[in-house]
Each structure stands twice: as structure tokens, then as C-alpha cells.
Design a protein around this ligand. Sequence first.
Ligand code: ZN
Ligand code: FE
Length: 256
Amino acid sequence: MSTLEIHQIPTRSDNYVYLLRESSSGNAAVVDPSDADPVLDTLEMFGWNLTHVLATHHHDDHIGGVPKIKEATGCTVVGPKADRERIPMIDVEVADGDVYRLYEAEAKVWDVPGHTRGHIAYWFAESRALFCGDTLFALGCGRVFEGTHQQMYDSISKFAEVPDETWVYCAHEYTMSNARFALHVDPDNAALQDYARQIERRREAGVSTVPSLMGLERRTNPFLRADDAAFAAALGMADKPPVEVFAEVRTRKDNF
Ligand code: ZN
Ligand code: FE
């Protein structure tokens, strides 16, 4: 096992693409390349050699760059077995419970359906890095496009295994609008109030709010607080099962 150096590339209006570089060599992998050119330009600038694409799900803003990147580099494309028909050029299919070895690092793979039916997440424990695509966001979670609320709740619940000190590398800068909603449903949460102020300052300075720390998300992200009795009670859902609280919060966000 070993740790990876992680470099964030902002693309489109609010996407984040990540380069994972093996510290002992110039080899690198890219997670969710929305577009090829910013990735290829960054590799050239750093002098890094791309060996792998890791894809989380089939949406164009996550795999749009794959064909051109594969053609330019001959890299290996890793992606969800559950969605191989909709993701072009997958060479290595991975699925729930797999341990995918990238260089000397190991990623645990989870199937996390809900946003899409074939969505997966990669957890590099030793690098303290969770690549969750559009499943979990800083102070938010992905829209449930293809699955059920139960599926999305079960998917996010898999991240319970991840330690608090893990960085959540989500794929979008949605944090400001997520914070507005979070404060709306959880107005008395002091940790959330502090976090929201920090986010505002960072965005005013043009600084990325991603990655965020899992421990902080657990205290502030309303989608991770469905099992908190006081939070449920404040929503008028005391004693309801967490999945129902989660579904209610997701529905309110959809209509916010
Ligand atoms: Zn998506
Ligand atoms: Fe996306």
C-alpha cells in the first residue's frame, strides 16, 4: 500500500477532475475526466504519464473526455461493471466489494446506485481519499435520477466505514447552494453555521471548497444526519426510520 498525490483540475462551470499521481514515479490516473484537453494539458505541464482512467458513472460531465484521453495515452479505463453498456471503452470492470490495485495503492470499490443505477465509488484508505462522484457532495448529495431513495440512502450508508479524517473528493463545486439548503433545514446547527461562513469566505476568494473532511460532513451535511434523533424531530419526523428522513430531506432539496 502507498499514498497518492492528488491534484484537482476544475473543468466546465463547476466540475472537478482529479489526477492521482504515484509519488515514486511520474505515473498518474485520472478520476472522472469530463473533458480531455484540460487533463492532457495538465499532464504535459507536470510531465506526468497517464496510465489509468477511473470512472464513477456514465454522465457526460464525468466521462466526456475518455475517448480522446484513451486515444492520446493508451491508458486503461476502469469503470462500473453494472454500467458497462453506457460507458465506452471500459477495460477493467469493478463492482461492489472489489479491491482495485492502482500502482502500490488499493481502492475499495462500492456500488452506490441512486444518482445512476451503475454508480460506483473508490475509497483509497491509505491516501485518506474517497472519490464518490455525484453520490455525496460537500453539504449535499446527488440527485436521485435512476434509483430509489432507499437505494441512495443505502449507498451513502456504505461510507459509514470511512474514517472522519478522510477527504471527500466529490465531483462538483455545489457547496454554496448546498449550504443555503442545509441552513434552511438545520438552522440551529452551530458546526454548520461555522462551516457555511467558512465556505462563503472561500468562495468569495475564488477558492475551491472541495475536498471536504468526512468528519465535518457527518456533523453538518443534512443527508448524513437522517439518523440523528434531534434533527429528525426538528423536521417533524421524530421516530421515523432514517431512510424516510433521508427521503424527506432529498425531496425538500429537490423543491428548494
Ligand atoms: Zn452525474
Ligand atoms: Fe456530475
